[in-house]
Design a protein around this ligand. Structure first.
Ligand SMILES: Nc1ncnc2c1ncn2[C@@H]1O[C@H](COP(=O)(O)OP(=O)(O)O)[C@@H](O)[C@H]1O
Ligand SMILES: [Mg+2]
Length: 322
């Protein structure tokens, strides 16, 4: 299916976050991130822990101020919203977190947790509370017997279903999942993914799916961005990724995943070296000190994210040289 600009529901333009650390150093957690989320689709963001994924989505949720850049939702820059506008926009963009347990008030019953956002927005009358909560539980395939339970009575997977139901209750257009299944067992994880897929289809939800697990992001999203040390280094079609990946970091990630599962005779090229600190980002390409193809220019000049084919962007001097 072809998409045009009208179908982009959320657009991040040069989104940058610089934290000031305790000893007054600057830490660039996100460096000019550019991302387009298309309506009704799932866009994945993958990268090693600490690369800036959560900081990025926290800016999209207005939980963190943006240092520079813009985040456009339906023609409006939501990063410049005031408190009231931020609050109103919660209806449109909702998020589910990794740790559902800590996201809920342990003293509240499930029925109250589920209906709280609707009451906050004045979208539910008291007399319909029970009906609505039941409907929300059904939507996430949980029995209504849990309505009177407390969070500690439920398993991690069940709580994550409650988190999803609560987020979807406001009928948002965009759902952000930040490591939403990372704390769950593999079988529970796959049932949550199935549920998210179903809800996405039924409600034409647009999803930003953030996870450090490449295989999971790849299987759930249609398109994904690979992040490294605060930068997007490649934006790529998830399904064709193995065949068309160009950035040495993306290739190394793919290699690491696929060689574990096969008895390939190809020489395995796993990543060597450590990710540098955000406080000590190389001057040129952020990946330069781990890249086996690094050239002189890579040490001096930062490669920009450039389109190499429709819906395929890469930030690498090797590629832009061609
Ligand atoms: N409030 C903060 N103050 C200072 N540094 C932060 C803050 N939040 C995150 N960071 C730093 O920003 C970088 C990116 O973190 P994060 O966005 O959580 O990465 P990820 O979600 O990809 O694991 C890390 O180096 C982290 O230590
Ligand atoms: Mg994170």
């Amino acid at each position: 299916m072809e998409f045009n600009d009208r179908d982009i529901i959320l657009q991040a333009k040069d989104v940058t976050k610089i934290f000031k650390t305790q000893n007054n150093k600057s830490l660039t957690a996100c460096d000019k991130i550019n991302i387009d989320l298309k309506r009704g689709r799932c866009f994945g963001i993958v990268g090693e822990s600490g690369c800036g994924k959560s900081t990025f989505v926290r800016m999209v949720m207005n939980l963190e101020n943006i240092t520079s850049g813009s985040i456009i939702y339906k023609g409006q820059d939501i990063s410049k919203f005031n408190k009231n506008e931020v609050w109103l926009n919660r209806k449109n963009i909702q998020m589910i977190f990794q740790d559902a347990m800590s996201a809920f008030n342990p003293k509240m019953k499930i029925i109250d947790i589920l209906t709280e956002p609707l009451f906050n927005f004045g979208l539910l009358e008291k007399k319909f509370k029970y009906e609505k909560a039941k409907e929300l539980l059904n939507m996430v395939e949980l029995s209504e017997e849990y309505l009177e339970s407390y969070p500690h009575n439920l398993s991690g997977g069940q709580l994550q279903r409650i988190g999803i139901a609560r987020a979807i209750s406001l009928e948002p257009e965009i759902l952000i999942c930040d490591e939403a299944t990372s704390a769950l067992d593999v079988s529970v994880q796959s049932s949550i993914i199935k549920l998210l897929r179903k809800l996405q289809r039924e409600r034409n939800l647009s999803i930003l799916f953030i996870c450090h697990d490449l295989m999971l992001v790849k299987s759930f999203s249609q398109e994904l961005a690979v992040m490294y040390l605060g930068n997007v280094v490649e934006v790529i079609d998830s399904e064709k990724m193995q065949e068309i990946a160009l950035h040495p970091y993306t290739k190394a990630l793919l290699n690491a995943v696929f060689t574990l599962n096969t008895f390939s005779e190809n020489k395995v090229k796993l990543l060597s070296g450590e990710v540098p600190s955000h406080l000590d980002v190389p001057q040129g390409c952020p990946f330069v000190n781990r890249c086996e193809y690094a050239m002189e220019i890579c040490k001096k000049e930062k490669p920009l994210l450039k389109e190499v084919a429709p819906d395929h962007k890469v930030a690498c001097h090797l590629i832009s040289r061609k």
